[in-house]
Design a protein around this ligand. Structure first.
Ligand SMILES: NC(=O)c1ccc[n+]([C@@H]2O[C@H](COP(=O)([O-])OP(=O)(O)OC[C@H]3O[C@@H](n4cnc5c(N)ncnc54)[C@H](OP(=O)(O)O)[C@@H]3O)[C@@H](O)[C@H]2O)c1
Length: 263
């Protein structure tokens, strides 16, 4: 009997009731799955995408699954819009408890083929924008002496792949940011961790996943011999955001079906 009672209270620590969560770039793919899971765990969730239409479409789709979320449409690679988004969060919700740095773009090119514009766009969108977004969020979290920052990095960076030169640079940079946040803000009650996905069958990877040769060759390196399903990312995010992860700080959880440990 007492075991059941204890288990119940233990599992309760996964609950995110009364927490305000903001996820950059979360109208589809992994961000959307994390948004759903945080909302289903009790958090008040604010999704984000660039256009009013895309966030509204996403809100409606979630509402049809009985999941209510708020939305801010903003280009989170634009500094002025980042500031505006956090002002909206402050005005509407008073605070931000959980930030998921999910926004990320991909330009798969070798270094030789990458233009200056490719390089600058990738580094700015995937890294510089996350640095600035985290700075804004952390400033708000400090006021409440609580925060969880979760950044979506990648196995790319730890692993290199021919024809994909700059994206891994941004993801290793994001890992560095995640650790810097972990060290700088720990005494303010804020933790910072990363989730490093392997190959997930999201829109970004649709072409690769559907290519019979390249897609199969890619997945052959995964011990589980399949692409990750987007919903398989969400459990780690809920865990890292929850009370059960209170002493986990500066760490990377890799979710890749074992790809990165396969020799
Ligand atoms: N999929 C994978 O296998 C994989 C593997 C490793 C790492 N990751 C990382 O995981 C994260 C999510 O990947 P994903 O595949 O789910 O991405 P995705 O399907 O391409 O979704 C990207 C999201 O970002 C939004 N977005 C793009 N630019 C934006 C901007 N400037 N401002 C605001 N929102 C913006 C898009 O919304 P709108 O179009 O509505 O603006 C969309 O909701 C990324 O950081 C990615 O690098 C993914």
């Amino acid at each position: 009997m007492s075991f059941i009672a204890n288990t119940h209270s233990y599992l309760n620590q996964f609950k995110l009731d009364n927490k305000i969560a903001f996820l950059t770039g979360s109208t589809r793919g992994l961000g959307l799955e994390i948004a759903k899971a945080l909302a289903q765990s009790g958090a008040t969730v604010i999704i984000n995408g660039r256009s009013r239409e895309s966030v509204q479409r996403c809100q409606q789709a979630l509402a049809s699954e009985n999941i209510q979320v708020h939305a801010i449409h903003a280009d989170m690679s634009d500094f002025a819009q980042i500031v505006k988004a956090f002002k909206q969060i402050r005005d509407s919700f008073g605070r931000c408890d959980i930030l998921v740095n999910n926004m990320g773009i991909r330009i798969r090119k070798s270094l030789a083929d990458s233009t200056i514009e490719d390089i600058q766009t990738l580094i700015h969108t995937n890294l510089t924008a996350a640095v600035y977004t985290s700075r804004q969020a952390a400033a708000m979290m400090v006021e409440n002496r609580f925060g969880r920052i979760i950044s979506l990095t990648s196995i790319a960076g730890e692993l290199a792949r021919y024809g994909d030169a700059v994206y891994p640079v941004t993801k290793m940079g994001l890992t560095g940011l995640m650790r810097a946040l972990a060290v700088e803000y720990a005494l303010h009650g804020i933790t910072s961790n990363a989730i490093a996905p392997g190959p997930f069958a999201t829109e970004t990877n649709r072409e690769l996943a559907q290519d019979p040769e390249k897609g199969a060759a890619f997945v052959a390196r995964v011990p589980m011999k399949r692409w990750g399903k987007p919903e398989e990312i969400a459990g780690a995010a809920v865990f890292l955001a929850s009370g059960l992860a209170s002493y986990i700080n500066g760490q990377v959880i890799t979710i890749d079906g074992g790809m990165s440990v396969n020799f």
